[in-house]
Ligand binder design. Structure first.
Ligand code: ADP
Ligand code: MG
Length: 325
């Protein structure tokens, strides 16, 4: 795996915003749980409580050296992206930053509902009504980034956090660890991301763009509505082959109760050629998002609940009447 670390990072030269990096120990101000409640590829995340205010935060602790390489500039990039996004309601808020000799610690707003991934593990699929509401928020978050030429590059249910108990919760984007600033004249080609959600251009070492996120959003919607990833094979190699093959299908046993509008939405994102995919703005204007999945079948929630008993708990909220399209 070849990795270029040169391009696409925000440095303090391009970021007019300043973030104080505190050098005193985190434990001076916060009571920190010794055991992490989550772990990512490079970070451990611990609950911490501000002793003065009693407010809980998530402390994302990131090591400055990985495989003997100093990656502090990457962590500072992630910090600048979070700082730039502080007024977006659909991006997790950065409260404070601490630095020790080995780590940088982001004190983040705590998303008490946990990962969207957990919801998928518990419920398998989500009704179109709930999915469109959450997707609208995710698309708002991505719009904020794309308007600033930032590609997230790791959109997936593990990096989408819920503010309270599903389904009556809001969703926020987190984890800007592999995000990149896409600027004119610089081509970024890297192998990064998560196998099931990675786009064909990344696999083929072609330039990364904002459209790379739109592919992952297509995979995400497919997963939310069917409980299955569209390209996963027996091996990583087979998954990559499936992604680059350009073949997408909606098996009847998974998509029998899903609206054509939802399938159209997915189909307009899972396109090999990046420039042919919908942009985030086009997604927000698509009828599936505008009409909450109820354009053709106002009872789509109910259909889904009979197909899968596990989702019936949140299908009691009967679809509102829609006048749309
Ligand atoms: P990594 O870059 O290592 O993947 P993430 O930022 O994705 O790090 O954090 C890892 C995990 O920690 C997330 O998938 C999530 O479960 C949890 N997490 C991170 N930030 C928060 C937060 N602000 N509130 C609640 N959970 C969080
Ligand atoms: Mg992550």
């Amino acid at each position: 795996e070849k990795v270029d670390y040169q391009e696409g990072f925000i440095t303090k030269d391009h970021c007019p915003l300043t973030v104080p990096v505190r050098l005193q120990p985190l434990t001076d101000t916060y009571t920190v749980d010794p055991k992490p409640f989550a772990r990512g590829k490079f970070a451990t995340v611990r609950r911490c409580r501000n002793r003065e205010t009693g407010v809980d935060y998530a402390a994302k602790c990131i090591r400055k050296r990985r495989r003997a390489v100093d990656v502090r500039h990457e962590i500072m990039h992630e910090m600048f992206v979070l700082k730039q996004s502080e007024h977006c309601p659909h991006i997790i808020r950065l409260h404070e930053v601490y630095e020790s000799s080995t780590e940088v610690i982001f004190v983040l707003e705590m998303a008490v509902g946990g990962e969207l991934q957990r919801v998928l593990e518990d419920h398998e699929v989500i009704s179109e009504k709930v999915a469109t509401r959450l997707m609208r928020q995710i698309l708002e978050g991505v719009t904020f980034l794309h308007e600033r030429n930032i590609a997230h590059l790791d959109i997936k249910p593990q990096n989408l956090l819920l503010t309270s108990t599903f389904p009556r919760c809001d969703v926020k984007l987190c984890d800007f660890g592999i995000s990149r600033l896409i600027s004119k004249g610089t081509e970024i080609r890297e192998i990064l991301g998560t196998p099931d959600y990675v786009s064909p251009e990344i696999l083929q070492y072609e330039p990364i763009s904002l459209a790379t996120d739109m592919w992952s959003i297509g995979v995400l919607v497919y997963v939310l509505l069917s409980g299955h990833t569209p390209f996963t094979g027996e091996t990583k190699q087979e998954t990559f082959w499936n992604i680059t093959s350009g073949i997408l299908d909606f098996p009847e046993e998974l998509f029998g109760g899903v609206s054509n509008d939802a399938k159209d939405f997915i189909q307009r994102l899972l396109i090999t050629e990046p420039s042919e995919r919908m942009t985030v703005k086009e997604c927000l204007r698509h009828s599936w998002i505008r009409c909450g999945g109820n354009l053709e079948n106002p009872w789509s929630d109910v259909v889904l609940s009979s197909r899968n008993a596990k989702v019936s708990v949140f299908s009691v909220e009967v679809a509102e009447e829609v006048t749309c399209g």
